[in-house]
Ligand binder design. Structure first.
Ligand code: SF4
Length: 679
């Protein structure tokens, strides 16, 4: 709008975990600036359109409070008083554990730090972020085996490798600058790219080997690859003897794995499994890149354990060009977790059950956090209206992004009180009592932590629209109003909160805004390493200080039984859009590139059902029914249908199931039984 002012100031793109630096370039567009990751200023179409969200006519510019069932605008004081009384009443009547806090993987470290502090000072560990929905299982498995759940190596390190095994990810579309800057150069230099994915997509085009597995058979594939590694003597005997435990047991288990039978169960060629195993096992340096195709299963943690075996069997950990690298989807999903936006850990991943860790935090906050882990996101929505009576939703849209979304939307109606802080009247905001207009990515100061553990600065490129406020100020204000320690939320801006974070979270210790400057500092940080630690576990594995256990992993069937006429629906993302689409669908240029969703279906499955390309089809199961146009294509394997979760119509998550991984509590987004028929 004409009255808003914009300026060019290097900041971080909001639309994926790569962390490209961009700035305002005039005429509503962003341009890339040379940054730590996008070294030549490269950006993708989403990055170029990032200001469409900022300068959008739909932005909330005044607080909204519900009055007689409808929203009316209200002054900030009145809206914040409503929040204080609404949450206060629930805490008084049911205790602090009756409140669930949704942190935001798309907001800054400082904002998430203050939000989780607010929850814990209030007296609950019920705080979670959408890392729960994407890589909770990866973090659980990697933390158990290696002691940390983040990328072991770096994005630039991928260009140094001889083999990249991409399991359940599509970085060509989801992390495009990283793919083009680091993966493709490695491939051009002769690295072998193995792609394990039910769909052929842009990543597959660059691959040497494609394993189009049936969704839900990751363990069968990883175990078969492991069996070939052992059978063909492609393991690193010295590493196994000195740096691992449990090899004899795993070898015994793998001796019973029939590669051909596993290949048949997964619907892939045994020869392709052997080819993948040889490429990975014979490489001097082999890296695993993993995504939500691996993690979003009710056995997601086991899927990752099976993958980690491959790295350990071949000694591909703790060295440049190797490792296991989960790619993060949002610009601060790593940071939101690092700073304590999780129910079981304090800032820096110290368990809430650790008394010494709680005391360290108490020394800074003046109050000790509770010792019992809180509820995860999906668990909490299952208890809305029961033991959970209120929700504080910061920058997330769970009514669209949670599995079994129609049930989740109804559950929001069971709450006594709900406040949403967001840019737009989202599907979740429709269930709120109060909606507070927050700040977009380009209107804030702070830091974010990208997928390879780099902490980078966010800087304002625009002023705020109307009476919208900075998220950091809103959260600090809520801290002062909702808790009995208002002084704990008296910050002189985000930098003061960051400094506090560096005193509370050991992995951020020593970092500073000044030290980050226009570049980055990477955790775990130590000034000795300059910008921080690039390759995790390098010293511990090299010196033998650490040994990692190998895991025996058996296949786990998906939660949904597949009826004879049913297909497996698997969901994912595309290049042009971002998560629930609440942001990216407001960009005219992105919707011009992809305006509607389609259901990819294999030609044989389409023919069996009398479906032609472009026909409207009805997709249904016990959880919901949606309609969508069919895209009949051999890119998706037989028996599988694919659509995104970027759209309200079709609302893909109306069909996804909420069976949870028992350890990580991540839902099974990647395998839902559905009937597909012409509409
Ligand atoms: Fe933004 Fe990711 Fe595209 Fe870079 S690759 S411009 S961070 S969406």
């Amino acid at each position: 709008t004409p009255e808003r002012s914009f300026e060019s100031n290097p900041t971080v793109c909001p639309f994926c975990g790569v962390g490209c630096q961009i700035e305002y370039a005039g005429r509503g567009s962003a341009t890339g600036v040379e940054g730590p990751v996008n070294e030549r200023g490269e950006i993708c179409p989403k990055g170029a359109a990032a200001f469409d969200v900022v300068d959008n006519d739909d932005r909330l510019t005044e607080p909204l409070v519900r009055h007689d069932g409808h929203f009316v605008t209200a002054p900030w004081e009145e809206a914040l008083d409503r929040v204080a009384s609404g949450i206060g009443r629930v805490v008084d009547e049911h205790g602090p554990d009756a409140v669930q806090f949704f942190a935001s993987s798309n907001c800054t470290n400082e904002e998430n730090y203050v939000l989780q502090k607010l929850a814990r000072v209030l007296g609950t560990n019920n705080v979670d972020n959408c890392a729960r929905l994407c890589h909770a299982s990866t973090v659980a498995a990697m933390s158990e085996r290696f002691g940390a759940g983040a990328m072991t190596n770096t994005l630039d390190d991928l260009s140094e490798t001889d083999c990249i095994l991409v399991n359940g990810a599509n970085p060509a579309e989801q992390h495009p600058v990283a793919f083009r800057s680091y993966v493709l150069p490695a491939v051009r230099d002769g690295a072998t790219l193995v792609h394990v994915d039910p769909r052929a997509n842009d990543t597959t085009e660059a691959a040497d080997v494609h394993l189009p597995l049936r969704p839900g058979t990751d363990i069968e594939v990883a175990n078969a690859i492991a069996a070939v590694l052992v059978e063909e003597d492609l393991v690193d005997e010295a590493f196994l003897a000195e740096r691992t435990t449990g090899f004899d047991r795993l070898r015994e288990h793998l001796a019973d794995v029939d590669v051909a039978a596993n290949a048949e169960a997964a619907g892939v060629e045994p020869a392709a499994i052997r080819e993948a195993a040889r490429a990975y096992g014979e490489a001097d340096r082999a890296a695993i890149v993993t995504g939500m195709g691996t993690s979003q299963h009710r056995c997601g943690t086991d899927n990752v354990h099976a993958l980690l075996n491959l790295a350990l069997l071949t000694g591909n950990i703790g060295r440049p060009g190797t490792g296991v690298n989960p790619l993060r989807g949002q610009n601060n999903v790593q940071g939101a977790s690092d700073v304590g936006g999780l129910p079981g850990v304090l800032p820096g991943y110290e368990p809430v059950t650790d008394a010494a860790a709680r005391e360290r935090v108490a020394a800074e906050w003046g109050v000790e956090p509770p010792a019992e882990p809180g509820l995860t996101e999906v668990e909490a929505t299952h208890r809305f209206g029961d033991e959970v009576r209120a929700a504080v939703v910061f920058g997330e849209n769970p009514a669209v992004t949670e599995p079994n979304a129609t049930a989740v939307a109804s559950a929001f109606e069971e709450l006594d009180f709900c406040v949403v802080i967001d840019l737009f009247e989202t599907a979740t905001a429709a269930h709120a009592d109060v909606v507070l207009p927050g700040s977009a990515w380009a209107e804030k100061s702070g830091t974010v932590t990208n997928t390879d553990r780099r902490v980078m600065r966010m800087r304002p490129n625009a002023d705020l629209p109307g009476n919208a406020r900075c998220d950091f100020e809103i959260l600090a204000d809520l801290g002062r109003r909702l808790t009995d320690r208002p002084e704990a939320f008296d910050y002189d801006g985000p930098e003061a909160a960051f400094d506090e974070l560096t005193r509370v979270a050991a992995i951020y210790e020593g970092m500073s805004y000044e030290g980050i400057g226009d570049g980055y500092q990477r955790w775990p940080f130590s000034e000795r390493d300059g910008t921080g630690t690039d390759v995790l576990h390098a010293e511990t594995f090299a010196t033998g200080e650490r040994t990692a256990p190998l895991a025996v992993v058996d296949p786990v069937p998906p939660a949904d039984d597949l009826g004879a006429d049913e297909l497996t629906l698997t969901t994912g993302r595309v290049l042009q859009h971002f998560n629930s689409g609440a942001l990216s669908r407001r960009s005219e240029r992105l919707t011009a590139m992809r305006g509607e969703d389609v259901l990819q279906i294999h030609p044989d499955d389409a023919a069996e059902r009398g479906i032609n390309d472009g026909d409207r089809v009805t997709v249904s199961n016990e959880r919901g029914t949606v309609e969508v146009a069919a895209d009949v294509t051999p890119a998706v394997r037989e028996g599988v249908a694919f659509c995104t979760f970027h759209y309200p119509e079709p609302l893909a998550n109306a069909l996804t199931g909420d069976a949870l991984d028992p350890e990580a509590k991540i839902p099974e987004f990647k395998h839902s039984a559905v009937a597909v028929e012409p509409t």
